[in-house]
Design a protein around this ligand. Structure first.
Ligand SMILES: Cc1cc2nc3c(=O)[nH]c(=O)nc-3n(C[C@H](O)[C@H](O)[C@H](O)COP(=O)(O)O)c2cc1C
Length: 349
């Protein structure tokens, strides 16, 4: 991290976290972010559900909910970026404060509740985007009479503008949303989404994002339903409701916990899923360095995403992790990322 970036992060961390995040996005829009491009090499390239990723490290949903900083984020080195969650109608989300920094735990708790500008505004921004792979996280309006139908509605509105979409039934911050992970509800919801996908000018891959707080039976059900429905893969995982051994003052806040304390739990879920399904998996939850990225790949992830560690380490973390992965590949005498996927799954089962 450069001195300027270090000073910038230190200044941001003196502010309320949501204000700091807004300023960071503004700084990116003003061109104050990294100036590289997607980091890539023959070894880092990954094929995922028909997508040709320049490298396996993506930006997780929630960082750029409204697709306002796509060009600067594309320059930060990510292999792909997921924006959203977008809901059919704009909504304000829960009242502030709703984002908490847990610095001693390298973690965060958020209870945003799908605050976003709505699918129409987000589709308009996505239509103007430049190069780089971009996906959209689909959400449901809090007051919707047909929450399951909302996911398909967002896909209809935005689907032509993105390279992939993610059905997010795993946010803990919209009451009862996670109930949609149950097999019957999920089957019906995904059927609606896949119908909407079939009507797109270009049928894009659709992923399912799941919670880390699911038991083994739930995971087996979800893997089965996702496969039958024609999902392109599963993103594991979203934030957790669990709280274990946290040191920070804000650890009792309601909402989803992300960052370091989520690493083990989400990686275990990833490894279990990898034993249950042949669908490609995207590993997310607590990645903060190259070693953890490597562990997720070995646990069964074909690609990765991260968010919370960026708020502590800055965007320079992205090329740092990718360089670290290349070093580990050289040490292990592995030519391609795909060759290590799942090779360490047994350590997590
Ligand atoms: C402030 C914040 C907002 C988030 N919003 C979303 C969202 O809208 N949709 C979603 O699927 N995940 C959302 N997430 C979850 C992340 O995409 C990711 O799954 C989770 O934070 C675990 O990764 P991490 O430990 O690297 O942050 C959000 C996370 C944070 C911290």
């Amino acid at each position: 991290m450069s001195v300027i970036e270090r000073l910038g992060l230190a200044a941001l961390h003196r502010l309320d976290p949501e204000t700091a995040h807004g300023l960071a996005l503004r700084a990116l829009q003003l061109g104050l972010g990294p100036r590289g491009g997607p980091v890539t090499s023959a070894g880092l390239r990954v094929q995922l559900a028909g997508l040709d990723l320049p490298n396996p490290l993506g930006l997780a949903a929630g960082f750029d909910k409204n697709a306002v900083a796509l060009a600067p984020l594309a320059r930060a080195g990510f292999g792909f970026v997921e924006v959203g969650a977008a809901t059919p109608l704009p909504q304000p989300g829960n009242s502030r404060p709703r984002l908490f920094r847990l610095a001693q735990d390298a973690a965060a708790i958020n209870r945003f509740g799908f605050n976003n500008d709505g699918a129409v505004a987000i589709a308009a921004r996505l239509a103007l985007r430049g190069p780089g792979l971009v996906g959209l996280n689909l959400g449901a309006n809090k007051d919707s009479a047909n929450r399951a139908g909302d996911f398909a509605r967002v896909l209809v509105i935005c689907g032509a503008q993105v390279d992939f979409a993610t059905v997010n039934v795993s946010s803990p911050n919209t009451e009862r949303l996670r109930d949609l992970q149950g097999p019957a509800a999920l089957r019906a919801l995904l059927a609606g989404v896949m119908q909407a996908r079939a009507d797109l000018p270009r049928p894009i891959p659709v992923f399912l994002k799941i919670a880390p707080d699911l038991g083994d039976d739930d995971l087996a059900d979800i893997a089965g339903v996702a496969t039958e429905a024609g999902m392109a893969g599963i993103i594991a995982t979203n934030t957790t409701l669990a709280r274990a051994d946290l040191k920070s003052a804000s650890s009792g806040q309601l909402g989803g916990l992300s960052g370091q304390p989520l690493f083990e739990k989400s990686t275990r879920v990833l490894a279990r899923l990898s034993a249950l399904t042949r669908l490609p998996l995207i590993g997310v939850g607590g990645i903060g360095d190259a070693d953890q990225a490597w562990q997720k790949l070995r646990a069964g992830a074909s690609a990765l995403q991260l968010y919370t560690a960026l708020t502590y380490q800055g965007l320079a973390l992205v090329p740092r992790i990718l360089q670290g992965l290349e070093q580990r590949m050289a040490q292990a005498d592995v030519a391609r990322i795909a060759d290590i996927v799942g090779t360490g799954r047994g350590d997590w089962l």
